[in-house]
Write a protein that binds this ligand. Structure first.
Ligand code: AMP
Length: 214
């Protein structure tokens, strides 16, 4: 099964995407995680991507499109993939369609996760991320068992540089200008569905399961 999960920053794509991918035994490809790993490893791609990410802007299409193509045709993607954070604009969605056709692949579900701006701001400003494994927590909604430590791997929890207040508003603007048009791009397709992501984590997960099973 091949799934695209999209929605504004802070809507919960990462947390829910990971759970869904595990449930269906497909790979979870989070573009933000791939880029952060490249930045941490100081690869050529990472060095080029860093300034865009720190500023809350999108990394250029040529950099991210190549990264996705090699992952969706890799052996571990044979059972399927869940794309989280890609595509993020119409040019990327068009490139994705072309690469899927080239490899005789198709999308089964495109799921849009929706939440109000107020909910997104609250979530983003309290978000904590493990610096070792990338797992996400929230100061109020899903705090770690031990303050500052990841429940999964014991790594140190940090606030992502782009979760700082001044970058958050830039990311929401970029979303409205560049990613929201994907609603028109996919909105009339049978595989498209919308999930209210403002409820609690378990409820949202149940809605997502229904969306991809239905
Ligand atoms: P995320 O973890 O999904 O919030 O992504 C963090 C940052 O990575 C974004 O603010 C962008 O700078 C960059 N990024 C992630 N996905 C993409 C994409 N599909 N296209 C361009 N830049 C991206």
């Amino acid at each position: 099964m091949n799934i695209v999960l999209f929605g504004p920053p802070g809507v919960g794509k990462g947390t829910q995407g990971l759970k869904l991918a595990e449930a269906f035994k497909i790979i979870h490809l989070a573009m933000g995680d791939l880029l952060r790993a490249a930045v941490a490893e100081k690869t050529t791609l990472g060095l080029k991507a860093k300034a865009f990410m720190d500023a809350g802007k999108l990394v250029t299409d040529d950099l991210v499109i190549g990264l996705i193509e090699e992952r969706i045709i890799a052996d571990d993607a044979k059972k399927g993939f869940l794309l989280d954070g890609f595509p993020r604009n119409v040019a990327q969605a068009t490139a994705l369609n072309e690469m899927l056709a080239k490899h005789s692949l198709k999308l089964d579900h495109v799921v849009f996760m929706d939440a109000s701006k107020e909910a997104l701001l609250t979530r983003l400003s309290g978000r904590l991320t493990c610096s070792a494994c990338g797992f996400g927590f929230h100061r109020h909604y899903s705090p770690p068992k031990i303050e500052g430590r990841c429940d999964k791997c014991g790594g140190t929890l940090v606030q992502r540089a782009d979760d700082k207040e001044e970058v958050i508003s830039q990311r929401l603007e970029v979303y409205a200008e560049q990613t929201a048009p994907l609603l028109d791009f996919y909105g009339n397709e049978d595989m498209f569905c919308k999930v209210n992501a403002e409820a609690g984590m378990d409820e949202v997960y149940t809605s997502l399961l229904e969306a991809v099973k239905g």
